[in-house]
Write a protein that binds this ligand. Structure first.
Ligand code: 5GP
Ligand code: ZN
Length: 116
């Protein structure tokens, strides 16, 4: 799927407002509308990809950029020293509700393991 119907493609295009905290050439990072921790930022590729399950060998730089962006967001949000979690849900059963790849960066509180 691309785009008219995809919520996060609409955020990338600026059709829907978002609280953007950082941007790169390939990605945008913005605050989750329903934060599950004091810091909860989503990092999404500008290009529509359903989930990491769709990434191919040629997407290695994109995949790497998303992880590097997660660390950058953690520094910007000042949770790099206190600790943070980086999560991407794949499929409805794993908790994915928006089918445009996104990496959650969660921090500012103690995280439990295993996750629910
Ligand atoms: P998922 O459940 O797919 O892993 O994560 C989707 C996330 O997107 C959820 O944490 C949800 O709160 C967030 N979300 C859903 N709609 C919007 C929106 O319109 N704006 C923002 N900023 N976040 C959203
Ligand atoms: Zn999309």
């Amino acid at each position: 799927m691309e785009s008219d119907d995809c919520l996060f493609c609409r955020i990338v295009r600026g059709d829907i407002p978002a609280d953007v905290v950082a941007e790169g050439e390939l990605w945008v990072a913005f605050r989750d509308i329903q934060p599950q921790a004091p810091v909860h930022v989503l990092i999404i590729p500008r290009r529509h990809v359903d989930s990491i399950g769709e990434l191919k060998e040629g997407d290695a730089s994109l995949a790497g950029e998303l992880l590097i962006a997660a660390a950058e967001v953690a520094r910007l949000e000042d949770v790099d020293e206190s600790g943070y979690r980086v999560v991407t849900n794949v499929g409805e059963r794993a908790g994915q509700s928006v089918f445009h790849l996104h990496v959650h960066v969660l921090g500012g509180r103690r995280m439990r393991w295993p996750p629910g």
